[in-house]
Design a protein around this ligand. Structure first.
Ligand SMILES: C[S@@+](CC[C@H](N)C(=O)[O-])C[C@H]1O[C@@H](n2cnc3c(N)ncnc32)[C@H](O)[C@@H]1O
Length: 289
C-alpha cells in the first residue's frame, strides 16, 4: 500500500517525492507493479524510495552523474551502519562544514564512506540543500537559523536505516543519463517504468553541479521518441516552449507548482507520457493547480 512518508535523507531543490502517488498509480494502471523502476536523474530519489519501500516495485535503479550524489547513494546502500554512526555523532559546526566541503570537492582525501557523509552533511547544512550553495545562517552564523537547523540526527538515522533494510533492491549508477538510457534494456526487464526528472530547462543551470544544455535535453527527447526505445517512460520539466517542441510527439500535461529554492515562486511544469503508457487522468487532475 502506498503511504505519503518522506523516505529520502537528501533535501532537493524541486524534489519530486510528492509525485510518488501519481507514479504509483501509473505503475498499477499499466500492470507494471512488482517490476523495476529507473530514475536516470535521481537526485534525492524520493519517488524511487517510496515505490520500493511501499512495495509498488521490486527493484529500483538510481543514477546521478554528480559523483557526490552517486557517492552518497553508494555509501547509504553499502555502508549503512557506518554512515548512521557518523550522522549520529559527527559535530555540526563551521569547522566541520569547511572540512566536509573540502572532502566533497576532492580537495581533501576521504574514504568512500566519508565522501558519502560529506554530501549528506553539505546537503543538510546548506541553504535549500544546494551542494555548491552557502551555509544556513551564513559563515558568521549570525542568521536566525543556524547550521544544524535541518540536520535532524534521529530522523536522518531512521531514514538511512530504512534504506539499509531495502539495500538489496537498490542499484546505484554514476553515469551520464543518455549513456545509461541507451543501454538500459540490458538491465531493465520489460516490466519496468522509467521516470526522468532532468535539470530544469530554464532554471537548472544555477541549481546543480552538472549543467545541462539545450542539445543535451534534445538528445534525451530524441532517444525516448525513437522506435528502438522500448521501455515506457514519464518525463517532467519546467513548462518551456523549447521543451514542448522537443516532446511534440508525446501528450503534454501542464500543471502549476509551488517551488522553493532560495526563494518561493509559483512556476508552471509539464509532464509527458510515452505512448506505451496509459496516463492516469484523474490523478493528473489532482496535481493540476
Ligand atoms: C531535477 S534534479 C532531480 C531531482 C529528483 N527528481 C528528486 O526528486 O530529488 C536533476 C539531477 O540530475 C543530475 N544530472 C545532471 N546532469 C546529469 C546527467 N547528464 N546525467 C545524469 N544525471 C544528471 C543532477 O546532478 C541532479 O541531481
Amino acid at each position: 500500500m502506498y503511504s505519503n512518508k518522506l523516505y529520502t535523507p537528501l533535501r532537493y531543490p524541486g524534489g519530486k517525492a510528492r509525485f510518488a502517488p501519481l507514479i504509483a498509480e501509473v505503475i498499477t494502471t499499466n500492470n507494471l507493479a512488482g517490476g523495476h523502476y529507473l530514475e536516470p536523474f535521481a537526485g534525492g530519489a524520493g519517488v524511487a524510495l517510496s515505490l520500493l519501500i511501499d512495495s509498488i516495485v521490486e527493484h529500483i535503479h538510481i543514477n546521478d552523474a554528480d559523483s557526490a550524489i552517486a557517492g552518497f547513494w553508494r555509501a547509504a546502500t553499502r555502508q549503512t551502519a557506518e554512515l548512521v554512526q557518523m550522522v549520529a555523532t559527527e559535530p555540526i559546526t563551521m569547522d566541520a562544514w569547511h572540512h566536509w566541503r573540502g572532502v566533497m570537492l576532492g580537495q581533501q582525501a576521504g574514504t568512500e564512506l566519508e565522501r558519502g557523509f560529506a554530501t549528506l552533511f553539505m546537503n543538510r547544512t546548506n541553504r535549500s540543500g544546494i551542494l555548491k550553495g552557502g551555509v544556513i545562517g551564513g559563515k558568521a552564523q549570525s542568521g536566525s537559523y543556524k547550521i544544524d537547523a535541518r540536520f535532524m540526527r534521529d530522523e536522518l538515522c531512521s531514514r538511512l536505516e530504512r534504506i539499509g533494510l531495502h539495500a538489496d533492491g537498490i542499484h546505484v549508477y554514476e553515469e551520464d543519463a543518455h549513456e545509461l538510457l541507451r543501454r538500459c534494456h540490458q538491465f531493465l526487464p520489460s516490466k519496468s517504468l522509467i521516470y526522468l526528472d532532468p535539470p530544469y530547462y530554464v532554471k537548472g543551470a544555477g541549481l546543480y553541479r552538472n549543467y545541462y544544455k539545450h542539445d543535451d535535453h534534445l538528445e534525451i527527447a530524441k532517444l525516448l521518441g525513437s522506435a528502438r526505445f522500448k521501455r515506457p517512460w514519464i518525463v517532467s520539466y519546467d513548462n518551456a516552449e523549447e521543451i514542448r517542441e522537443m516532446y511534440a510527439y508525446a501528450t503534454p500535461y501542464a500543471y502549476g507548482l509551488h517551488y522553493t529554492a532560495q526563494r518561493r515562486y509559483t512556476g508552471s511544469e509539464v509532464m509527458f507520457f510515452s505512448s506505451r503508457l496509459q496516463a492516469p487522468l484523474d490523478a493528473m487532475a489532482k496535481i493540476a493547480a
